[in-house]
Design a protein around this ligand. Sequence first.
Ligand SMILES: Cc1ncc(COP(=O)(O)O)c(C=O)c1O
Length: 311
Amino acid sequence: MPIQPTKNIWRNGELIPWEKANIHVMSHVIHYGSSVFEGIRCYTQPGGAGIFRLSEHMKRLVDSARIYRMPLPYTLDQLNAAVVEVVEANGIAPCYIRPIAFRGYGEIGVNPLKSPIDVYIANFPWGKYVAGNDGADVCISSWNRLAPNTMPSMAKAGANYMNSQLIHMEALTNGYAEGIALDKNGYLSEGSGENLFVVRSGVIYTAPLANSVLSGITRDSILVLARQLGIPVVEQPLPREILYVCDEAFFTGTAAEVTHLRSVDRILVGDGTMGPVTKALHDAYFNILNGLDEDRFHWLTPVTVREAVTV
Ligand SMILES: Cc1ncc(COP(=O)(O)O)c(C=O)c1O
């Protein structure tokens, strides 16, 4: 999807014009993938706009940086305030927010420790990520997700997305909307940019963090909603074939939101439509985001914007 530029980008504590947010080709991140980032959505509600689970996202950014020994020169509160500042300065909602911290221009060589840490926050309009409201036709990827002790899955690092790109490109090339990767032991892991849920006999299953999945904020939100709706939830390693015999399956993610799977490897999931458990969770999720239900978990940080388009 082409990027729709906005006016301002937050860089190291100040707002700069979008077109001035450039880096040198010899920056460490370009050569060695040394970045950590976030993806956050801001939604509109009747009479306003709110950023979804801002603090949880920025905490994950801080954690990702910590895993990579990248001390961020800002506190969590300062980072949260910076996101609000750039969203309000650009004045557009709904939007997607992309904070990123990386090793900049300093030294050449693998050692990142002598290169400066730069932090940028951009935001821009961005619509539906996984194509089609009728559900996604997906495949199991021939690529595995990152093995433990290779790249840490709990860090949302730019370099992880080389693996995601292989999974996603293979799926697109073969006519699927997305690919699901297995972990190194052959258990279900996640999509290239989504967590995976399966529903069977009224129970919701998802892979635990030890199966090389990102600790998704949407995943967590769905677990909270499921428990509140009284739907049993089990986090356990899952065999690939459960996808062929489950009643329902769906992806979660900031970009993908809640997207049901229509088929896996051309085998229909249930009858291919969004099943009742997925629908209950989907509606509970969107009702909060769109302001139709009370924000009972305090998931939305209000922002003042000029152009709010009601969804
Ligand atoms: C690999 C991967 N898994 C899962 C997710 C879902 O995470 P979240 O719900 O925090 O967006 C994402 C998206 O950020 C992702 O890139």
